[in-house]
Design a protein around this ligand. Structure first.
Ligand code: GDP
Ligand code: MG
Length: 222
């Protein structure tokens, strides 16, 4: 497995740790979105040797440092074999379709069902209509996707892993919503043991800030 960590981020301190997933049909640009978020570059097609499966980055959300551990399907979605263990303990997800492919949009309901069943009812999901730069080939309008998002209680953005538009925003908005839910008490990390497993650092941070940092540094090898 290739571990892909932005060098600048490795030594930073963090307040919270969230596991994130990137899900959606093959070819929608999930790996490119992860690469763009971590490296701020478009992943060149010719560069097949970098099979990013995992990325990690610390972001600042309203003054709090949140470490996102982001899992990419690593091609499993091609065989419809995205496993239960992939979903387990995820706090947030980017659910990706390609705005130039109705087929990928039509598959969203299945992805959503799996995510809510296999991750947690409480997983915070942001819908990403990727390849926004290919507007001329669009098969899915912004309006219909935003209606779908509303009906299914998802946040929604159109993104471009090519230009970078809205890529950071997608991750940050999702993280912000999780933080807001924790802070408002809507999500109680103390009671998440059986379902969603927020990053242990986040859990402990709520109880004991000093212990949290010491322990998360020990446990997280990335
Ligand atoms: P995945 O199978 O969902 O991981 O998709 P990839 O990240 O491998 O991307 C699939 C194809 O879409 C590749 O040829 C990418 O170059 C292309 N691609 C990904 N994101 C974008 C985007 O935002 N704009 C455009 N024009 N192409 C993209
Ligand atoms: Mg991929």
């Amino acid at each position: 497995m290739v571990i892909f960590v932005s060098k600048k981020q490795q030594s930073s301190e963090k307040d919270f740790l969230f596991k994130f997933l990137v899900i959606g049909n093959a070819g929608t640009g999930k790996s490119c979105l992860l690469h763009q978020f971590i490296e701020k570059k478009f992943k060149d097609d010719s560069n097949h040797t970098i099979g990013v499966e995992f990325g990690s980055k610390i972001i600042n959300v309203g003054g709090k440092y949140v470490k996102l551990q982001i899992w990419d399907t690593a091609g499993q979605e091609r065989f419809r074999s995205v496993t239960r263990s992939y979903y387990r303990g995820a706090a947030g997800a980017l659910l990706v379709y390609d705005i130039t492919s109705r087929e990928t949009y039509n598959a969203l309901t299945n992805w959503l069902t799996d995510a809510r069943m296999l991750a947690s009812q409480n997983i915070v999901i942001i819908l990403c209509g990727n390849k926004k730069d290919l507007d001329a080939d669009r098969e899915v309008t912004f309006l219909e996707a935003s209606r779908f998002a509303q009906e299914n209680e998802l946040m929604f953005l159109e993104t471009s892993a090519l230009t970078g538009e809205n890529v950071e925003e997608a991750f940050v908005q999702c993280a912000r919503k999780i933080l807001n839910k924790i802070e408002s008490g809507e999500l109680d990390p103390e009671r998440m043991g059986s379902g969603i497993q927020y990053g242990d650092a986040a859990l402990r941070q709520l109880r004991s800030p000093r212990r949290a940092q010491a322990q998360s540094a020990q446990e997280c090898g990335c």
